[in-house]
Design a protein. Structure first.
Length: 485
């Protein structure tokens, strides 16, 4: 548990985000496997707060449902009208108070659209707040371009924070300041509650600014401080799709750097994209053009790419996956997948199994050493060990209403261009002939032949296609045969 455990974290996520120009609420836009607000909640959880409340407003039903799915212990407070950040925090505190929570200690306030904010930075803020004995500590940052941000105004002599002035309310001199307000604060809970009742609305927006609390507390003789973030990019808020893309790039770089420092080889970080939930073991290898999403895991010596997209997929030790799309698949140790394979949910490849070129699998369990080399569809099937599936085979699993299962034993050999019409079982050690349509069970050790007898109709081309290139070629071939006789 954190030594600076706050009494509560309040996440502000009530805004509409009109500049996103989207039917999706701003805080639900995703990057690297989480929503914007999901990243903020995850960072806040690293503080182990006694209470975590998210203030919702615009599309609150949708946002609340998302939060319930991602973190069931998050509380939500409703800001019915967006009357400013101070009002939003007040709604969050009232939600806790109405639930019988008496806050004592530190309250951290964060914005729901800052996905790059880390738990480590929040911990440093909480530690600085406690160490300095501040009534409020603002997380600030020095940025190259402060346009649109609230400026941190300090005393020249002491450097103490005297105010935060919103960009639209700032003088020209204040707009020249490069230190900005991140929108993240640490407050003394009781002092915050009292000060919020004194916030006025006589500003350009007619709103309750949370930043006015700093002035109120300072005028009352309380200490106001600032903790400067080590990397200004952490505090960047997302207001449009351009900023969303930039944040995605920055977060992806952070994740890839962490992976590489833990022993993963990423050949081309510029073309490799991963989610925050992806995990690796040392000596995994990722080739260019690869996306690793969801709960994907690469074991030691696993090799993925180039040009592959894996979602919620486990790749076993020493397995190789190239030019492949996989979703919800398990790829065993030493297995081979691709190029140009598609593994759909429920696919489980055993150790040293193969799903080769232009192979699609769905809800299929493939035994150790079994190979489906090329041009085949395997759906709703169980295949034993050391079996070989011939090229251009189709597991015919759907009758138009229901899906049916196919079972193939171990050490089987199915011929090329087989149609295996489920439900059907092929016993251990059985063979099927090329071109067969298998509709009945095949006993172990048997050869199944299910195709029409070949019949040759002599002279058909000459009669039906006279004068064609085929007819001339056939006539010439007959002449050569007669000449050799």
């Amino acid at each position: 548990m954190s030594a600076n455990r706050p009494a509560a974290v309040v996440v502000l996520a009530a805004g509409e985000g009109t500049r996103m120009k989207s039917a999706t609420p701003k805080v639900l836009h995703a990057l690297c496997g989480r929503s914007l607000v999901g990243h903020v909640v995850a960072a806040s959880r690293e503080l182990s707060p006694e209470h975590l409340v998210v203030v919702v407003g615009h599309a609150r039903e949708q946002v609340s449902a998302h939060l319930a799915e991602t973190d069931a212990e998050v509380r939500t407070a409703v800001q019915h009208e967006q009357n400013g950040t101070g009002h939003a925090v007040r709604m969050g505190l009232e939600e806790l108070s109405d639930s019988g929570v008496a806050l004592d200690g530190t309250v951290i306030v964060v914005c729901g659209d800052t996905p790059l904010l880390t738990g480590g930075t929040l911990q440093r803020l909480a530690a600085a707040h406690d160490a300095d004995g501040n009534a409020v500590t603002v997380l600030s940052a020095e940025v190259p371009d402060a346009t649109g941000y609230g400026r941190i105004v300090r005393e020249d002599a002491t450097g103490a924070v005297t105010a935060i002035v919103e960009h639209k309310d700032a003088t020209d001199a204040q707009r020249a300041i490069r230190e900005i307000n991140s929108g993240v604060f640490a407050f003394d809970a009781q002092l915050l509650t009292d000060a919020l009742g004194k916030v006025r609305t006589d500003n350009s927006q007619g709103e309750e600014y949370l930043t006015d609390v700093l002035g109120i507390l300072r005028e009352a003789g309380h200490r106001v401080g600032a903790c400067v973030a080590g990397d200004h990019r952490e505090i960047v808020g997302i207001n449009n799709r351009v900023q969303l893309a930039e944040a995605r790039r920055l977060l992806n770089e952070r994740l890839l750097e962490r992976a590489m420092l833990s022993g993963v080889t990423v050949v081309d970080p510029a073309t490799t994209w991963i989610d925050v939930t992806v995990t690796f073991e040392p000596d995994a290898l990722v080739h260019p053009g690869t996306q690793l999403l969801g709960a994907t895991h690469l074991a030691t010596d696993a090799e993925v790419g180039p040009n592959s997209r894996l979602t919620d997929t486990t790749v076993g030790q020493g397995a190789a996956v190239s030019f492949t799309v996989a979703d919800g698949a398990e790829i065993g140790a030493g297995a081979s997948v691709g190029p140009y394979a598609y593994l759909r949910p429920g696919t489980r490849l055993g150790a040293k199994a193969k799903a080769g070129t232009y192979v699609e699998m769905k809800n299929a369990t493939i035994g150790q050493g079994t190979k489906v080399p090329h041009l085949s569809y395997v759906g709703d099937a169980t295949i034993g060990e050391q079996t070989n599936i011939g090229a251009a085979s189709v597991f015919v699993n759907y009758d138009g209403v229901n899906k049916h299962h196919t079972t193939i034993g171990s050490h089987c050999r199915t011929g090329a261009d087989n149609m295996l019409v489920a439900p059907v079982t092929i016993g251990d050690g059985a063979y099927t002939a090329a071109g067969s349509v298998i509709t009945k069970d095949v006993p172990p050790g048997s050869l199944a032949v299910a195709r029409g007898q070949q019949r040759n109709i002599e002279g058909w081309v000459a009669r039906k296609r006279p004068g064609s290139a085929a007819a001339r070629a056939a006539e010439a071939a007959r002449g050569e045969d007669e000449g050799r006789q």
